[in-house]
Design a protein around this ligand. Structure first.
Ligand code: GNR
Ligand code: NI
Length: 179
């Protein structure tokens, strides 16, 4: 397993349309394992393959919501391959979103609060389930990545440009060490 570098705006690869997985082979398992390792280390609650430079329709999510009495996060790794939204509610809810590819910036985005999703697992088996709450928000955020869409694209141009400017400024002041 390996931690892979996460692409950040304005990397043009983040705008690519990812292609469906056709081969459910060992290299797919390695990619998914690397994505979990990268996501947990970041840390984040979701990651799309294109964020580590693989233009494949593969997502991992772990909300790591503290559920135990001692407040330890419970690991609940979820894998979504070739995900689709089959239905969504008409009701949008706002959530203060962030993105590992848009470092340290947050903004409210409205999305449907309930969706019915269909996807495949690592074995290529199909699943369909109704999803709500933070998982619905996160899954929609990740599915946007598969189509080259970032949460800042849901904001006004003014807000989006402000965020991109802030990131460029932060980078200039504190350049990242080479990996
Ligand atoms: O870690 C993440 N947190 C988050 C918070 C609110 C809505 C979506 C997300 S996903 C993000 C990780 C990420 O960039 N996934 O693509
Ligand atoms: Ni993201």
């Amino acid at each position: 397993m390996a931690i892979r570098p996460i692409l950040e705006v304005p990397d043009p690869r983040l705008r690519e349309i990812s292609r469906p997985v056709e081969l459910f082979d060992e290299s797919l398992k390695t990619l998914v394992a690397d994505m979990f390792e990268t996501m947990y280390e970041a840390p984040g609650i979701g990651l799309a393959a294109i964020q580590v430079g693989e233009p494949l329709r593969v997502l991992v999510i772990d909300l790591q919501e503290p559920e135990t009495e001692d407040g330890e996060p419970v690991r609940n790794p979820l894998i979504f391959i070739n995900p689709e939204i089959v239905e969504h509610s008409d009701r949008d809810v706002p959530y203060n979103e962030g993105c590992l590819s848009v470092p340290d910036q947050y903004a409210e985005v409205d999305r449907p609060d309930r969706i019915k999703a269909r996807w495949k697992d690592l074995g290529g088996k199909s699943h369909e389930q109704e999803i709500e709450g933070l998982l619905a928000t996160c899954l929609q955020h990740e599915m946007d990545h598969l189509n080259g869409v970032l949460f800042i694209d849901h904001l006004s141009r003014l807000k989006r440009d402000m965020i991109l400017k802030k990131i460029a400024k932060a980078r200039k002041e504190q350049p990242k060490k080479a990996a």
